[in-house]
Design a protein around this ligand. Structure first.
Ligand code: SF4
Ligand code: MG
Length: 276
């Protein structure tokens, strides 16, 4: 059934999508579209930007202004768009490798600057499109094509990385807890400043299949539902219980001057104005 939201926001001629059957990416896209719709944003004033990878295909399916850029660089393009046209709503979607490996430096500097961009990380703990290589968020003990004996390095916690770098809104959701994810993305877009939403999600083909979860989409969603815990419950858990689990909900929310506003203020003080 084609819903009203799909009719309104999807580029129907681009379907079927390239995503594998049962991939979590479509669930996150659904949350993103519902959030934009609930906020009543003009779709001609929303810019959706991606890097490379399975997540990188998202903008191609959506009738906003869209940019499909290079691996790890989506935030740099987004920074340019937002500085030039601060009135636009700028949203970035990234994979975990895209955001925290090749794009890690851009992520921390976007967070540090507090530029008003909403960054959504499709965190499935694997490089999906390139065939299942280990990513910076692959947990210890999980298998990947480049970790045939199990991953033994310490993984990144992307939400903690963003908090440490100065992001002013940081949340974690999952593709299993959809109403909550809708709400977190909506709040992230509403937030004035750099917002990051780490979405724990599934890659049934490259992660599930290699990690005895199987390729079954439901089994993969069940796996996700077991590793995320509401923040209020997580805060009560002991160190041992917390192992392999992630707190879910709003992890940080702070009001701080936003970069494009500071930038315009400086222009006024100096009597210069760069028009685009
Ligand atoms: Fe989704 Fe994984 Fe397939 Fe990519 S490879 S579309 S992340 S299931
Ligand atoms: Mg990935």
């Amino acid at each position: 059934m084609v819903t009203e939201i799909a009719r309104k926001y999807l580029r129907k001629d681009k379907f079927p999508s390239i995503w594998c059957a049962g991939c979590g990416h479509g669930i996150i896209l659904g949350s993103l579209l519902r959030s934009v719709d609930r906020l009543g944003l003009d779709k001609n004033k929303v810019v959706l930007i991606s890097g490379i990878g399975c997540s990188g295909r998202t903008p191609g399916y959506v009738d906003f202004f869209t940019l499909h850029t290079t691996h790890g660089r989506a935030l740099t393009f987004a920074t340019g768009v937002k500085i030039a046209r601060p009135e636009l709503t700028v949203i970035v979607v990234m994979g975990d490798g895209d955001a925290a490996a090749i794009g890690g430096n851009h992520l921390i500097h976007s967070a540090r600057r507090n530029i008003d961009i909403t960054a959504i990380v499709y965190n499935n703990s694997i490089y999906g499109m390139t065939g299942g290589q280990v990513s910076p968020t692959t947990g210890q003990g999980y298998y990947a094509t480049t970790a045939p004996y199990g991953q033994f390095e310490y993984p990144f916690d992307i939400a903690q990385l963003a908090i440490g770098a100065g992001a002013t809104f940081v949340a974690r959701g999952s593709s299993y807890h959809v109403p909550m994810l809708d709400n977190l993305i909506k709040k992230g877009i509403e937030h004035k400043g750099f917002a990051l939403i780490d979405v724990i999600t599934t890659c049934p083909v490259n992660f599930g299949r290699r990690n005895k979860i199987t390729q079954d989409p439901y089994e993969n969603l069940k796996f996700v539902s077991n590793i995320v815990v509401p923040k209020s419950k997580y805060d009560q858990m002991g160190e041992e219980e917390r192992k392999g689990k992630f707190p879910m909900g709003i992890l940080k929310e702070e009001i701080k001057p936003e970069l494009t506003e500071v930038y315009r203020q400086k222009e006024e003080e100096m009597g210069v104005r760069y028009e685009v």
